[in-house]
Design a protein around this ligand. Structure first.
Ligand code: GCB
Length: 661
């Protein structure tokens, strides 16, 4: 089947289902949370899994698999959720599968969830890339694009006090109009290729993991419920205190039993880390001033006597009574930080102070689990980040799990939040619509995140193609409309824009691999080429410049002196040469705003001949053990923390083991 037919078929399949827009409407994507009025039940665990025929439309939709039990249709595999499916089974066809796969499981819904004063929602943290969901054989929802959450009201689809059955059909194919893009190729010469042989091409180098990657929850709300919360913060300094300004807007859904939506009102309280009320309001949209406010400072940058990453809680009561005690509505609590991020005079400011990014590009990539959320890996990764002294990373090359952003909010790690738009080409209308939709969903999900301080529209588009500037202007303008907080916006580029007309970016982020992909092994060029490059980008676009990627691969345990490519020695030497170049630049120009190493850890790539298994540019192995370079990076990042972040005068911030060296 040709690619066009396949795309048409996918469209028809999806249109033939009752197209349900709950996942794309703005509202209803708050993270499931228990409260006085809400209950949460996890559907994570071991599901049944059946891969459909590879490459085409498969049998599942034609044969109505959603009306049957998966284990009656074929030999099902056991499949953990959350996880990518690729590395779990012993079956090569599953690892490399292209097309539909089916997941199913049973679950119980308590009898006491059946009542007129409850609604039940089903929420997926993400499923890559196209998911269709049924509950007890009835269509519930669908979502396209992966990496972002989607939710459906399943109140009427559930059987209460009984066993229920959920089926998910998931397709991992990428097309020219999806974000990210891909191509499908079906070689037809049967003397060379077997029936069903399909090749999925794409413009990225990471393994195309797929599956139900993030937690699946059922949660309840009252019939009238809080549907969305937006918090925008600012602050002002007076001679003796910092006053935090917290603007908030609550959206709610009013049940049909309420005489009028205006019968509902909001009681809002802000609580500090000791649960003390520090501000209140009696409105669904207002501004609260917090006296002696504590700001959210990035890791290793809090002024003396202040904490990093200070979080407040916005506590929202939706009520049809003025008395909290007689409350009959909904309660939701959201953590937030008071801080600002702006680009002013070529400088990136956090809380009105210059911020220098020292960090990494990363991947959600773990042995066996692929991109599946895993608390062990999350905590370990963030412990390693703190150990290095890094203050930031980019969610290259797609939005990361909400559970990860919970940690970065808490630890003060600044996030450049990237969309899954990688390697874009063509820049047609349909692609632009998908891209704007992804940005809408991304901003909607992460708009209240203390740690998210810049949006990255995408990575390494073919930006020299003439329509790129206009295309990106549309996506950037839409993103500015979505993010009422006005966070700065960047695009990560490796080539310029045609006619030197950059879209309306705030920061130019560039990926550069001098002495790796070009002049391989000649690290002596770095200290010339890096400053020349950074200055020329600034001259062209007059925007602050961030080096968002630079790096060299190394095979752990491989050494050679004098250093040689792929050895740990070369990786170390290559990074040190960059550090010298960055230091020169930092002395010379104010617009050079940061350095991010590619990559934090080694990660899986597709099967290819020029890489030994994966991308080996990590300063940690895929098992999260340090390579030689990690120790050198750590010294640099702690030194930078002392030069740039620490506003303290006497305290030389260093981990004790480093002070002794
Ligand atoms: C890049 C890409 C990144 C790759 C890296 C590499 O520029 O943004 O996804 O992994 O180069 O190692 O080639």
């Amino acid at each position: 089947m040709g690619e066009k037919n396949w795309i048409r078929l996918l469209f028809l399949l999806v249109l033939s289902l009752e197209w349900h827009v709950s996942s794309v409407e703005c509202g209803g994507i708050l993270y499931p949370q228990e409260s006085e009025t809400r209950e949460v039940k996890s559907l994570d665990g071991i599901w049944q899994f059946l891969a459909d025929e590879a490459g085409g439309e498969g049998r599942g939709f034609k044969e109505n698999w959603h009306l049957k039990k998966l284990n009656e249709l074929g030999k099902v595999e056991l499949m953990p959720v959350p996880s990518s499916f690729n590395d779990i089974t012993q079956n090569k066809d599953v690892r490399d599968h292209i097309g539909w796969v089916w997941y199913a499981r049973t679950f119980w819904v308590p009898q006491n969830w059946r009542s007129d004063d409850r609604r039940v929602f089903l929420r997926f943290g993400s499923a890559n890339y196209h998911a269709v969901v049924w509950v007890n054989g009835n269509y519930a929802t669908n979502h396209t694009g992966g990496y972002l959450p989607f939710v459906a009201d399943v109140t009427k689809l559930l059987e209460y006090g009984k066993e229920n059955y959920i089926t998910v059909a998931l397709n991992n194919t990428l097309h020219y109009e999806t974000i990210p893009q891909g191509t499908l190729h079906y070689p037809s010469d049967r003397s060379r290729y077997p029936e069903g042989f399909v090749i999925q091409g794409y413009n990225f180098d990471y393994f195309n993991f797929a599956g139900i990657h993030r937690p699946v929850y059922l949660y309840t709300t009252p019939p009238s419920y809080i549907n969305d919360v937006t918090i925008i913060t600012d602050f002002k300094e007076t001679s003796n205190e910092t006053i935090g300004l917290v603007n908030f807007a609550i959206k709610y859904h009013a049940s049909s039993s309420i005489s009028s939506p205006s019968a509902l009102s909001c009681l809002v309280a802000i609580r500090d880390d000791k649960n003390r009320k520090v501000g209140v309001a009696q409105s669904c949209s207002d501004s609260i001033e917090i006296h002696n406010a504590k700001l959210w400072w990035p890791y290793l940058s809090a002024p003396v006597g202040e904490k990093e990453a200070f979080l407040y809680t916005l506590e929202v009561y939706l009520t049809n009574s003025e008395e909290e005690e007689q409350f009959e509505g909904d309660v939701y609590r959201l953590k937030f930080g008071i801080r600002t991020a702006q680009v002013v005079n070529d400088t990136f400011l956090v809380n009105k102070k210059p911020f220098y990014f020292r960090g990494f590009g990363r991947h959600e990539d773990y042995t066996l689990r692929g991109r599946g959320v895993d608390n062990v890996m999350l905590v370990k990764d963030h412990n390693l980040l703190l150990w290095t002294g890094a203050n930031s990373y980019r969610t290259s090359h797609y939005p990361y799990a909400e559970e990860i952003l919970d940690l970065t909010d808490r630890l003060g790690i600044v996030i450049i939040d990237e969309s899954p738009a990688i390697g874009l080409t063509g820049f047609g209308e349909e692609l632009c619509t998908s891209h704007i939709q992804v940005m809408r969903e991304l901003v909607h999900r992460d708009k209240n995140r203390a740690s998210v301080l810049m949006w990255s529209i995408g990575n390494e588009p073919k930006s020299l193609e003439a329509p790129a500037t206009n295309y990106f202007n549309k996506v950037i303008n839409a993103t500015r409309r979505f993010d009422k907080a006005g966070r700065p916006i960047t695009i990560v580029v490796n080539q310029g824009f045609s006619n030197h007309t950059a879209p309306d970016l705030d920061v130019v982020s560039i990926n550069r691999y001098f002495a790796w992909y070009g002049d391989t092994g000649r690290s002596e060029v770095i200290k010339l080429q890096i400053p020349t490059e950074v200055k020329s980008w600034y001259e062209s676009y007059k925007k602050p410049v961030l080096i968002s990627e630079y790096g060299a691969g190394s095979i752990v345990g491989m050494h050679q002196n004098p250093s040689f490519v792929w050895t740990e020695d070369y990786q170390t030497n290559y990074l040190i040469e960059h550090f010298k170049a960055f230091d020169e630049l930092r002395k010379e120009v104010p617009y050079f705003i940061g350095e991010m190493i590619w990559n934090f850890a080694d990660f899986a790539t597709p099967q290819e001949t020029f890489r030994p298994w994966g991308c080996m540019k990590g300063i940690f192995t895929r098992e999260r053990q340090p390579k030689q370079a990690a120790h050198v990076v750590r010294r640099r990042y702690w030194m930078l923390a002392n030069q740039t972040g620490a506003l303290c005068d006497d305290a030389w911030m260093m981990p004790t083991d480093m002070k002794q060296v």
